[in-house]
Design a protein. Structure first.
Length: 373
């Protein structure tokens, strides 16, 4: 293989971190760049919200505002997290024609996580796969990863936890009360780990960065250190300006505003109800909908599931469900048809899961549901 291009962005803000790989993916897709590895880290903490999520349901906006913590919506699925200086981030960008992207998404993650495992091994840590796209040490997650196809390129996005800041990580997420937050923090301590925790000492970031570059570069003829071109810098500036607007950050919250007035079963009039439920499949599905006469009148579906392509509009599914009876088979048929026509794959939730989530939201004795009709 040819040379691997490497860009060291260093310390950046959250908008740059979640936008730079989008610009570079376009360059790789257009053939202006070869395979490219970006290494960087957040200069300060920020709330990182998944593409399909509602900010107001996932993030403690008041806490973020009081502590000057930016809220960023990324162009990739998954759940809301806190990113910060305690991690080292990497973005590995290849053409969709590359052998690296062949096979199933499981094959892709298996190949792409090998160099990350090698980095951890270089520091004396034995990592194992946890789920589809994460790595764990001693049963605790130390590296979270995702993937997104942009034009003709695929991007692996990931991080290695050098340290942990459980306080910030727990406080940015929205929870029902302080007791729940305490339990969540305790769970994070139990299920997350870092290089510092495992090795009992502080880790020099530059050594991890260098190890990542070596590991991803091993299958290439050489490594070429480079930087953003003037054209890429201009595109990045424009994209950051767009993605820092409230219209983008709160895009899922503002859609179908008439549904945002309540988060429980509320009777609007005879046979019309506003209802909401969270449903745990492999990933979380949150349904908020207006039911009228046993049919879906309007609906919002959000959650931390992934879609391929990631920028597919879930509004296509929501629109298709309007007028559908609250019947499992009817709902599944509508969802499968949309996914088939749009050529979309959902990871972490099946059509059956979406149907179950919708019916869970409508589970109220006063709601007439045509379950068997």
């Amino acid at each position: 293989m040819g040379e691997l291009e490497v860009i060291r962005l260093g310390a950046v803000d959250g908008y740059t971190m979640t936008s730079a790989f989008v610009v570079l993916a376009s360059s790789v897709s257009d053939g202006k760049r070869g395979d490219t590895l970006v290494v960087c880290h957040s200069e300060k903490p920020f709330a990182n919200v998944g593409f399909h999520q509602e900010v107001m349901q996932e993030i403690d906006v008041d806490y973020c505002s009081k502590n000057s913590i930016p809220i960023v919506r990324r162009l990739i699925g998954g759940g809301a997290i806190a990113d910060g200086p305690w991690e080292e981030d990497y973005f590995f960008i290849t053409s969709l024609d590359s052998p690296a992207t062949s096979g199933t998404i499981g094959d892709y993650y298996r190949r792409m996580l090998e160099p990350v495992s090698e980095v951890l091994s270089e520091f004396g840590l034995k990592a194992s796969r946890q789920g589809l796209n994460d790595l764990a040490v001693n049963g605790r997650k130390i590296s979270a990863n995702g993937a997104v196809d942009i034009e003709g390129a695929r991007v692996l996005t990931g991080d290695i936890l050098l340290d942990l800041d459980i306080d910030i990580m727990a406080n940015i997420l929205k929870v029902p009360d302080a007791k729940f937050r305490d339990k969540m923090a305790a769970s994070m301590k139990e299920h997350l780990t870092s290089m510092r925790r495992e090795l009992g000492r502080e880790i020099e970031r530059e050594k991890v960065t260098a190890a990542l570059i070596r590991a991803f570069g091993r299958k290439y003829s050489g490594i070429k250190e480079t930087s953003l071109s003037d054209y890429e810098k201009s595109k990045l500036k424009d994209l950051i300006a767009e993605h820092s607007k409230p219209e983008w950050i709160y895009s899922r919250d503002s859609e179908r505003s008439e549904l945002m007035s309540g988060r429980r079963v509320v009777k609007i009039r005879e046979e019309m109800f506003l209802c909401q439920a969270d449903y745990k499949a492999q990933k979380l599905i949150r349904v908020t909908m207006l039911v009228d006469g046993g049919k879906i009148a309007n609906i919002i579906i959000s959650g931390d599931f992934f879609t391929v392509p990631v920028n597919w509009s879930i509004a296509n599914m929501e629109n298709a469900l309007a007028g559908t009876k609250l019947n499992k088979n009817a709902i599944i048929e509508r969802i499968k048809n949309v996914l088939s026509v749009d050529h979309v794959t959902v990871l972490g939730a099946s059509p059956e899961d979406f149907s179950d989530a919708i019916l869970e939201a409508a589970k109220h004795p006063a709601i007439k549901r045509g379950m068997d009709t």
